[in-house]
Design a protein around this ligand. Structure first.
Ligand code: OAD
Length: 237
């Protein structure tokens, strides 16, 4: 008798999964992010215009992130590794999936707790504490910036993310408005036959997609419902 390997569950998460941990989402506040226009703090133009403001903005986010704790949704996704081969693709720059114990995480939009060289984007460093300052430099002498993918910049992790979604046997999309590309296009790489769960109190409107199961709830309770639905899903061999 052959032992079936664990099924491959791929989960795309957005800001909504961290809302119950006290981290604000992006688009629930009139398009402002903690009082700032996204163009000011999340574009290369914003960085070139005012580096001090951008560094301070991410320093404040990092400070909040260091204190934040994973919520029931992050914890449940980590626990699901007992039954599934779970890959998390997150648009979030926080580290709550890591804190919850998930072991395979693709950070599409970077990581708040790391800095990046401004002459060679491949050079990144962990940030000790919460503060990245003007004058902090990489080994090649350039000012360090937050390791965050800004609007207008390439998303190198997309290659890995597309490969994961293409091979998924089940997909979950949690707490994302599905407005930001290329991340929002990942769902198109999923096989038609696999179940696709969308967990969000305000389900984003999507074009018709086969086997789509909306769960209009907050992530905490929604992920538990998805687990039940997965248990009764008849996977093809
Ligand atoms: P958004 O702020 O656009 O969307 C957050 C989603 O979370 C919305 O659909 C909400 O309805 C939902 N939501 C709110 N509370 C929730 C809860 N408790 N449980 C589940 N869902 C909840 O955030 P993203 O889609 O993640 O990019 O935004 C995508 C990207 O845009 C971000 O990664 C960021 C931003 O600009 C960069 O910083 C590069």
């Amino acid at each position: 008798m052959e032992l079936r390997q664990k099924r491959r569950l791929v989960v795309l998460t957005g800001a909504g999964i961290s809302a119950e941990s006290g981290i604000r989402t992006f688009r629930d506040d009139n398009g402002l992010w903690e009082g700032h226009d996204l163009a000011e703090v999340a574009t290369p133009e914003g960085w070139n215009k005012n580096r001090a403001l951008v560094l301070d903005f991410y320093n404040q986010r990092r400070k909040a992130c260091l204190k934040a704790k994973p919520n029931a949704a992050h914890l449940k996704l980590a626990e699901l590794e007992d039954s599934y081969e779970v890959t998390i693709i997150t648009q979030n720059v926080d580290d709550l999936h890591e804190k919850a114990g998930s072991s395979h995480i693709i950070h599409l939009h970077g990581e708040l707790c790391k800095s990046q060289s401004t002459v060679d984007p491949r050079i990144t460093y962990p940030i000790d504490g919460w503060e990245l300052k003007l004058g902090d430099t990489c080994e090649k002498g350039s000012q360090l910036r937050p390791f965050v993918v800004w609007f207008g910049e390439p998303v190198p992790k997309m290659v890995e993310a597309i490969a994961a979604v293409s091979q998924a046997e089940a997909l979950a999309v949690i707490g994302t408005s599905m407005l930001v590309y290329p991340a929002a296009g990942l769902i198109d790489y999923a096989e038609e036959a696999i179940p696709k769960f969308i967990i969000d109190p305000s389900i984003p409107s999507l074009y018709p997609i086969a086997n789509l199961f909306p769960i209009a709830e907050k992530a905490g309770t929604g992920v538990a419902k998805m687990e039940k639905a997965l248990q009764s899903w008849e996977f093809e061999d």
